[in-house]
Design a binder for this molecule. Structure first.
Ligand SMILES: Cc1cc2nc3c(=O)[nH]c(=O)nc-3n(C[C@H](O)[C@H](O)[C@H](O)COP(=O)(O)OP(=O)(O)OC[C@H]3O[C@@H](n4cnc5c(N)ncnc54)[C@H](O)[C@@H]3O)c2cc1C
Length: 490
């Protein structure tokens, strides 16, 4: 295995200063704007908690948090800082915390699995009781949860932060164990309970095999898009851009020999018009094609054939009353032989959440099993003592770690308000961030909200691919995540 080592931290700082000079900001102002909370990051843990404790609430009540990923740990850290007498139990099985945004960089041959792993114990606040188990049942009426080992744990307030799961088997012919051979790859595949990222490792192996073949002959690379709401909606495109970049790095005829096609069930490349337009131009510049209304239906891994269901509209009978032709939906199967197929698994809430009283009972979010929260306050719509956060909640956008960073302070403020007998007033407006890697060395920082409005943290044109965002992605976001967000400081 080879790793690309090129950029370094000093280069990043220089580049950041250069970009900021153009926009008239100091580095400190820029970090603040980005919401990194540079001040907080620079504080030692004791200074930081002393600062927050000065305004701590004396509200009482037993809080149970379910899930020990990005959202669960961040909420635990912030609550333990903001309550003077915290009574918090966190239920999560994972000894290892996985920094999932780094899976893309593993798949690109830049990082190793150990680069995205750390001990969860390093981030568990000392005043939080950690139950190393999984919740197997929620009892909404009895205000308790039961763990897989049979322990019943009661609560006054509950925070659901279980994240979401994959269902590769919903694509005919596929299952998680088929990922990583016969040219089938998926950067998503991981085991959050164990803290491993096997899909990303195997994706890099598949990418190298694809590159070796492309050096000698014509090859076809297919990239499918999400069939359900997915976490990090940009990831399916990031891996296509990186495949393009990897083949170019190989030189010779490797890139010219490869067809790289994206297949989405949707009808645009991004929900935000500005980013859609930018991506279309980027694809054209890289000679990558994209096809709308194509849903990955089945995969024959032995024959290396993907079957997409293509939906189109054909003209039917003329309607005299409406004075127009009726449009009839038509579906057909399109079979394509591939050398590399990158798969996005269908995603869903864990069954235990879906089967609980806390999930949506109608609409598309019901099939997904999402937690039914108010999209602004994150409070459950029917159970006022319950809150939800992260990938598992049924809100229109926001399945990213960056969203969790914005959701956590809202949830914490509202939960404490409810504990104090007040109305929850803090609001989350759907902030979502996708550092869309467009090649080895470039990122377009796509930030937006519920209104599908661009919400850039910097006064820079958000639709530009920049080296500086690459440096941020590769060098800064991980320390910000572990040392800022999970410690409840940013
Ligand atoms: C390939 C990839 C690339 C990504 N790239 C980015 C990116 O560039 N930027 C970005 O911001 N985000 C990115 N993300 C998304 C980001 O990682 C998630 O949005 C974020 O981790 C969501 O946090 P969460 O706490 O809701 O879920 P998770 O972090 O997934 O954690 C859920 C936790 O709950 C636990 N759990 C599950 N069921 C139970 C149960 N029954 N009882 C107790 N515990 C349970 C699990 O063990 C897990 O530890 C990416 C994700 C992937 C997979």
């Amino acid at each position: 295995m080879k790793n690309f080592e090129s950029e370094n931290f000093d280069a990043m700082v220089k580049e950041l200063d250069k970009e900021l000079k153009k926009s008239g900001l100091t580095r400190r102002e820029a970090l603040k704007l980005l919401g990194i909370g540079s001040g907080a990051l620079l504080l030692t843990p004791s200074e930081s908690s002393a600062a927050t404790r000065a305004e701590a609430s004396s509200a009482k009540g037993k809080i149970v948090i379910v899930g020990g990923g990005a959202a669960g740990i961040t909420v635990a850290a912030q609550l333990s800082n903001k309550l003077s007498n915290p009574d918090i139990t966190l239920i999560a099985p994972n000894e290892i915390h996985l920094y999932q945004p780094g899976q893309t960089l593993i798949a690109a041959g830049l990082w190793k699995e150990s680069d995205i792993q750390d001990k969860n114990a390093n981030y568990m606040p000392s005043n939080v009781k950690w139950v190393k188990d999984k919740v197997a049942q929620f009892d909404a009426a009895g205000k308790k949860v039961v763990t897989s080992k049979g322990e019943a744990i009661s609560y006054d307030y509950l925070v659901i932060a279980t994240g979401i799961e994959y269902a590769y088997e919903k694509i005919e012919g596929l299952s998680a164990d088929k990922i990583g051979s016969h040219g089938v790859a998926s950067i998503y595949l991981n085991d959050l309970d164990k803290g491993t990222a096997v899909g990303a490792i195997k994706c890099w192996e598949q990418l190298q095999a694809f590159g070796d073949k492309a050096k000698k002959e014509k090859v076809v690379g297919l990239f499918s898009d999400g069939l359900t709401p997915i976490k990090c909606g940009g990831a399916p495109k990031k891996i296509q851009y990186l495949t393009d970049g990897y083949l170019r790095k190989l030189g010779g005829t490797a890139r010219d020999n490869a067809t790289l096609d994206f297949y989405t069930p949707g009808e645009k490349m991004f929900g935000v018009p500005e980013f859609h337009d930018a991506i279309v131009k980027q694809y054209e510049a890289r000679k990558m094609k994209f096809f709308y209304s194509h849903k990955l239906k089945a995969v024959d891994t032995d024959k290396q054939v993907a079957i997409f269901e293509k939906t189109s509209k054909v003209q039917g009978k003329y309607d005299e009353l409406l004075k127009e032709y009726e449009m009839i939906e038509q579906k057909e199967n399109v079979e394509i032989k591939f050398d590399l197929l990158h798969v996005v698994p269908p995603m869903k809430a864990p069954e235990v959440v879906k089967n609980s009283d806390f999930s949506f009972k109608k609409g598309s979010a019901a099939g997904f099993g999402a937690v039914e929260v108010d999209k602004h306050t994150l409070q459950h719509l029917r159970y006022k003592e319950v809150f939800g956060i992260g990938d598992v909640i049924g809100v229109p956008v926001g399945k990213t770690g960056g969203s969790v960073r914005k959701q956590a302070p809202v949830l914490v403020e509202n939960l404490i308000a409810v504990m104090e007998g007040k109305e929850p007033k803090a609001q989350y407006h759907g902030y979502t961030v996708c550092p869309l890697i467009t090649g080895y060395g470039t990122v377009m920082m796509a930030e937006f909200d519920y209104n599908m409005k661009v919400t850039p943290s910097f006064p820079l044109d958000a639709t530009q691919e920049r080296w500086i965002w690459w440096l941020l992605k590769v060098y800064m976001l991980k320390p910000m995540y572990f040392m800022g967000m999970l410690k409840g400081r940013a």
